[in-house]
Design a protein. Structure first.
Length: 114
């Protein structure tokens, strides 16, 4: 499985940004795709997950602000980020779980300005 993340950039606090993760390869084997983020000096943390069956899960810090969705035709998982806060600034990574294996895409950076 190969993952290509895109959509990062700079946005003002309170604004919105949409990240995309395009999956290719053995996509029929994917159990779920998640977004993680890592801010400078901090550990990588879970943000949101969408399972192959469509179920979703969110970190408490982004619940009610972020929405994860999937375009099944093209297998693109999007993360709509609304009401962005300074603490949302990080490098965002998408991750695919295939049975016991995990695949990572390259990161896409989100900067939140005042």
């Amino acid at each position: 499985v190969q993952l290509q993340a895109s959509g990062g950039g700079m946005v003002q606090a309170g604004g919105s940004l949409r990240l995309s993760c395009a999956a290719s390869g053995s996509i029929s084997q994917i159990d779920g795709i998640a977004w993680y983020r890592q801010a400078p000096g901090k550990q990588r943390e879970f943000v949101a997950l969408i399972l192959s069956g469509g179920g979703t899960n969110y970190a408490n810090s982004v619940k009610d602000r972020f929405i994860i969705s999937r375009d099944d035709a093209n297998y693109i998982v999007s993360l709509q980020m609304n009401r962005l806060k300074f603490e949302d600034a990080a490098v965002y990574f998408c991750n695919a779980k295939v049975h016991a294996d995990h695949y990572w895409g390259q990161g896409t950076e989100v900067t939140v300005s005042s």
